[in-house]
Design a binder for this molecule. Structure first.
Ligand code: FEH
Ligand code: ZN
Ligand code: ZN
Length: 346
């Protein structure tokens, strides 16, 4: 069996022969049905020695869905044959955050040499993956794996970002989504399904705006010099109540702060490396708030799966056999993937 493994820093991932893992203690063995590709996989693949705390080699893939294949002797939870999606940000398991399923904010993250499945621990770009505990599994029923897998990262990250803004998003408000890609198109759907807000999108590509429209956005705008003025006018001059920036470069951060109304909030999700000057006196709207949401909680993943099973979420995907992982990585790196790329074991 072959898996997409990282064996050297800067050398990039490669298909490598692996054996079938055996679950011990509370571990659960999952037969992988689908594993999504994320821009973070590129960051990990490109990382230089010492940049990440991970120990090599390991299998990539932190967005995984499949079927329970075997249980360790102390495992509890889903039975063999049950289908599930993996909650990916595995933490220490015992801090106050991990104790309530908020492993994404594990207090001991800095002491760990992993960040989760496929992030320093063997992941799901493989025929099988070991899960340390059944607590990381969320049943998916008959939800297709190519839908469920992206929901565990792209969907959960978008859902968690919207959840942090929900206090602002009541009737008559406007939310702007910058970047309508694998996460942004799901954020549009989640906003439409869970808030009464008007949803506007911004992107540099017409086909991304079209994806936003298909996802339920009320209007979409190409990123131009006048976009801030256009968005302000679209809100009757008041500005947006919330902006979700899935790009995160300096231009999108500037756009976000230009269109936010007083008391508005920016959720910065994208890792574009942009910088924002926060100073008083300064040019940010009074009452400006910034959040840096990261992934999501396990209870939220169950809510995302329930939304999807109700028919409220549809992930736009491009599916590749695991053996074509290199091609999929190349398309992702060149910005050619529409929606989310998903690998399916051959
Ligand atoms: C994972 C690990 C580290 C940084 C960012 C990520 C995201 O892809 C999780 O959604
Ligand atoms: Zn990710
Ligand atoms: Zn913890």
């Amino acid at each position: 069996m072959r898996a997409v493994r990282l064996s050297g820093w800067g050398g990039g991932p490669a298909l490598t022969e692996v054996g079938r893992p055996v679950p011990r203690g509370p571990e659960v063995l999952i037969r992988v049905e689908a594993a999504g590709l994320c821009h973070s996989d590129l960051h990990v693949a490109d990382a230089s020695p010492g940049e990440l705390p991970y120990r090599l080699p390991f299998t990539l893939g932190h967005e995984v869905a499949g079927q329970v294949a075997a249980l360790g002797p102390e495992a509890d939870g889903p039975a063999v044959g049950e289908r599930a999606v993996l909650y990916g940000p595995w933490g220490c398991g015992s801090c106050a955050h991990c104790a309530v399923g908020s492993d994404n904010y594990c207090d001991r993250r800095g002491d760990l040499d992993w960040h989760g499945v496929g992030l320093g621990r063997d992941g799901g770009m493989a025929p099988y993956v070991l899960v340390p505990s059944a607590r990381h599994l969320v049943p998916i029923g008959d939800l297709p794996a190519d839908q469920a897998a992206p929901l565990s990262d792209a969907g959960l990250t978008s859902y968690h970002a919207v959840a942090g803004l929900r206090h602002l998003l009541h009737e008559g408000t406007t939310a702007v989504v910058i970047g309508v890609g694998g996460l942004g198109h799901l954020a549009v759907q989640i906003l439409r399904a869970t808030t009464p807000s008007r949803v506007l999108t911004v992107d540099i590509r017409e086909d991304a705006l079209a994806l936003g429209h298909r996802s339920g956005a009320h209007a979409g705008y190409l990123m131009r010099a006048k976009t801030a003025r256009t968005l302000k006018a679209e809100t009757g001059g008041a500005g947006a109540d919330a902006v979700l920036d899935f790009v995160g470069n300096s231009a999108t951060l500037e756009l976000a702060t230009d269109v936010l109304r007083p008391g508005g909030e920016l959720a910065l999700v994208g890792s574009g490396g942009g910088q924002l000057t926060v100073r008083k006196p300064g040019f940010l709207p009074p009452g400006f708030r910034l959040s840096l949401p990261f992934w999501g909680t396990r209870p939220e993943l169950a809510e995302v799966i329930a939304l999807a099973r109700s028919g409220a979420l549809h992930v736009e995907t491009e599916t590749y056999p695991l053996s074509a992982a290199t091609e999929a990585f190349g398309r992702l790196r060149r910005g050619e993937v529409r929606g989310r790329a998903v690998l399916v074991p051959d």
